[in-house]
Design a binder for this molecule. Structure first.
Ligand SMILES: C[S@@+](CC[C@H](N)C(=O)[O-])C[C@H]1O[C@@H](n2cnc3c(N)ncnc32)[C@H](O)[C@@H]1O
Length: 373
């Protein structure tokens, strides 16, 4: 089978989780860089990856990756790419250009040069050029220059996969991106123990956990798939994959979530229903007065950080009380916390088992894991 080079975009800092996930799904991971995982796979693997890779925002065909020093060199790199093998001239395209570092040209200059190369190469090979449509293209080519590292990718996905079809995304000011939530649950070491989130908001961590452990695609019901206009696309094969993902047979340990805000809990229930994981137990409750668990659990949560939610002085009080409670009642449990506020860690009774740094939007955060004796 012929393998193609692809890359996936994901949460900055948690590339290793995505690399493990893609490997488990059969991809041959070759490299990672900031917020990207590079891999090889057959074309048809892309269908399964789109449906089951939970931590990925977008997939791209790797068109070019090179070290460049000038706009001229970018033009030369772009000229080598066989665009006409990926899409035909009935489809409108757009170049999306990003640039980071000090250069004598702008990202607009790059977009103009690469756009011209695409048209010229089409004319040279097919006699006709595809139309350009910046507002609503059929095909998007991402051009990224970071210092001297240049990357050209063909967007296979369309809009980001973090937009889960079942999710009311504007319902909570600080709701997690589902692709980050999935990465956190996968990195948490969740085993046979129940998974609980005592500050669950709209339920993102629990829903992604339930979908993952039961082998359910988080993208069922999505209609936008950019790869469908590309030349290698096989609609019959894709329809088979879509049908296969309707059969679900996996099981997971029990899942429970609570939040003191009744509106969020209601949205969490609706999201879970939309995702097809209706047996997660949700309740309205204060995390500080929940009854102790009957058995050791994996507690995974993202408490307010004080950036968009919660006043700093109240948060310190909340953090201290949470740790007093967890330290006294959660012996044998694993505590997994997304922390955007270092004050949280200072009250923990033991050293963390693991700590991973990552970016949430542009906010430096830590994924911390404690095993309580
Ligand atoms: C950062 S948000 C969690 C967002 C959630 N992970 C999601 O994706 O929707 C923190 C949540 O903690 C809740 N919260 C804060 N203090 C709480 C407390 N003492 N008891 C229960 N919930 C609390 C807030 O209502 C808020 O929904």
């Amino acid at each position: 089978m012929m393998l193609t080079e692809f890359f996936a975009t994901c949460t900055t800092g948690l590339e290793w989780v995505t690399a493990q996930e893609l490997t488990a799904l059969g991809a041959e991971v070759t490299d990672t860089s900031r917020s990207r995982v590079f891999f090889r796979a057959g074309w048809e693997a892309i269908y399964r990856l789109h449906l089951y890779a939970r931590t990925v925002n977008r997939f791209f065909v790797l068109l070019a990756r090179a070290q460049v020093r000038s706009l001229k060199e970018i033009e030369e790199v772009a000229w080598q790419v066989p665009y006409e093998q990926w899409f035909d001239n009935r489809h409108a395209f757009a170049i999306r250009s990003e640039r980071d570092g000090t250069h004598e040209f702008t990202s607009m200059d790059i977009a103009r040069v690469v756009g011209q190369v695409v048209c010229d190469r089409f004319i040279a090979r097919t006699g006709q050029r595809p139309p350009v449509n910046l507002d609503n293209p059929d095909v998007e080519i991402f051009s990224t220059l970071a210092d001297d590292q240049y990357l050209l990718g063909l967007n296979l996905t369309g809009s980001s996969l973090h937009r889960r079809p079942w999710r009311q995304s504007l319902a909570h000011l600080t709701a997690l991106r589902p692709t980050l939530a999935a990465a956190v649950v996968m990195a948490s070491g969740w085993d046979h123990r129940p998974l609980i989130d005592p500050m669950c908001g709209t339920g993102t961590l629990l829903i992604e956990g339930a979908l993952w452990r039961r082998g359910i695609s988080p993208l069922r019901g999505r209609e936008e798939w950019a790869f469908r206009v590309l030349i290698p696309h096989d609609e019959g094969r894709w329809q088979e994959e879509l049908q296969a993902c309707e059969h679900v047979c996996g099981h997971s340990p029990p899942l429970r979530g609570s939040d003191w805000n009744a509106r969020y809990v209601e949205i969490a229930r609706q999201n879970a229903e939309g995702a097809g994981v209706t047996d997660i137990e949700f309740a309205v409750a204060n995390a500080l007065t929940l009854p102790p668990p009957e058995q050791p659990v994996v507690l995974v949560t993202n408490p307010p950080y004080g950036v968009r939610m919660g006043k700093p002085s109240e948060l310190v009080h909340l953090y201290r009380k949470l740790w007093q409670k967890w330290g006294a009642e959660y012996g044998g449990s694993r505590i997994v916390v997304i922390s955007g506020n270092p004050a949280f860690e200072q009250f923990a009774p033991v050293e963390p088992t693991a700590c991973y740094e990552f970016l949430q939007a542009d906010l430096p955060c830590r994924l911390l894991i404690w095993d309580l004796p």
